[in-house]
Design a protein around this ligand. Sequence first.
Ligand code: ADP
Ligand code: MG
Length: 467
Amino acid sequence: MTYRPTIGLEVHAELTTRTKMFCGSANDPDESRPNVNVCPVCMAHPGTLPVINQEAVRHILRIGTAIKGRQADFSEFDRKSYFYPDIPKGYQISQYEHPLITGGSLSGVAITRVHLEEDTARSIHIAGKSLVDFNRAGIPLMELVTEPVIHDALTAGRFARELQLLLRTLGASEANLEKGEMRIEANISVSSGETKFGTKVEVKNINSFRSVERAIAFEIERQISLIDSGGKVVQETRGWDETKQVTFHQRFKEGSADYRYFPEPDLPKLVLSEIPEFSLESLRASLPELPWDKRERLRKEYGLKEDVVEFFMQDIRLGKFFEEVISGRTPDFARLAANYITTDLTALLKEKAQNVFLEADTFIKLMDMSVSNKLSSRGVKDTLLVMVEKGGDPEIIAKEHNLLQMHDTETLRAAVLVVLEEEKKAVEEYRAGKEAAMQYLIGKSMKATKGAGNPAILKDLISKELL
Ligand code: ADP
Ligand code: MG
């Protein structure tokens, strides 16, 4: 029997805003003291009323514009009832019937909807006690739902990474999975071809992109072996156990009827067309260069390879630095700079694990010294090391550390003559037609010039002497 897996994702992301979704309490993910960013509204005191955060709505509309989704004419909020200590009102304000965005696509995956809701408080369970921190209660939360159109784990992982990149590019969310700023739930089913879809299982508590892929792959295998051995998949919510690398039963899924959704009576209908800032034109004008456009530009304008482009897409800081360095320069220069940034500079930054950073203009100067042969690749590396450690001008550093390539033929010839005198055996071998002997002689001459000799010039000098 062959099976066809199907996956649909539901992704939540905490939005970057100054204040919470429905009140003036601060939205500060870095606050470490519990229960300080709270007020009567997000603590659900009787008689308090919510007010819609325009900044949060704008984030969702910009995301919708980027994925070419359809913006609602009007939107409404709904109450989703459930009872748990992390939800002080006894319901969450969410959007059910009238999401802000419907449709669109990202990374080739069709999007069902993007809507806005509020986050719950954080529960902490220690030493047999449960504690609740309400700093997170009421933080604006995006929920994005995909169509069930993904059929393998790697595509799901790729989609989730692209969504994180989009959220960060738009400044909509920090979207760190480890911090719970972005949370991915995967719905997974397998079908044997008799029916289009099998029964789906929802998997939660996935804390990294690798776990997204692994949890989905595990769940596909589990469902297939279950069916193969005569069992039946039941609709349930399962958790991902990071240590055991397995999914496990958490609860049988509520139907939406259990939530008793109904329109939130304390909030007005949101007529988007009445807000000029939310017009499609002004939303479009507010978008930065989107990831897929940037990829295309880096590939086409500079002829960069796919893995190099991806490096600069994922490392936002070095990506910006790179753009500054290559602005207005040729593709050749861009490829040279890309090469040094992705290898030597990255290694140095990792090794030093420091936050001091190079200025683009000094790095450009260093690259220009390489282009004009003032520095060998060794010389560039050594200069870069000093630049990263102490900063400074590459020209001065190279001079001080004797790293400049020597072009002065007379000095180089003197060094070559000494080497040829000392290396009689290699000279004989070269004359007998052994090409490797030339490399050896160049190496020795480089050493004699303390690495400063330009190898091309040295080679030229040696061949002339041995004619
Ligand atoms: P529910 O009402 O149970 O929440 P939805 O229809 O809202 O279900 O879909 C929730 C998520 O599950 C969506 O991401 C959707 O793409 C996905 N999904 C729906 N049916 C399937 C299926 N048969 N297999 C895998 N994923 C599915
Ligand atoms: Mg749902």
